[in-house]
Design a protein. Structure first.
Length: 94
């Protein structure tokens, strides 16, 4: 009798979190980060169907710019709002 082997399908999180990005991590102002260009490149390599959309951008004098974005991979869309604090605002806080 033949046996069949079931392959486990990896989730998007499992696929992306398995990518070793250590050599591309940078440090700036005591922060450790991965550049967007590299992160998006790796995302597209692992998940070629991924799409990125920039939505509305708002401006608040006390905060700076707020940009609404979304990433869709394998039919799942996640929204994210990114803030860019303007330099004069940042200097006033320091």
């Amino acid at each position: 009798m033949a046996t069949t082997k079931k392959e486990k399908v990896q989730s998007t999180f499992e696929k992306l979190s398995a990518v070793n990005v250590n050599k591309y991590v940078e440090k700036k102002n005591n922060l450790t980060y991965l550049s967007w260009a590299y992160a998006w490149g790796e995302t597209k390599r692992v998940c070629p169907d991924a799409t990125y959309r920039i939505g509305e951008t708002e401006y608040d004098e006390s905060l700076g710019f707020m940009c609404h974005t979304e990433v869709t991979i394998e039919g799942e869309t996640l929204e994210l709002s990114l803030i860019h604090i303007s330099e004069p605002t940042r200097q006033a806080e320091i």
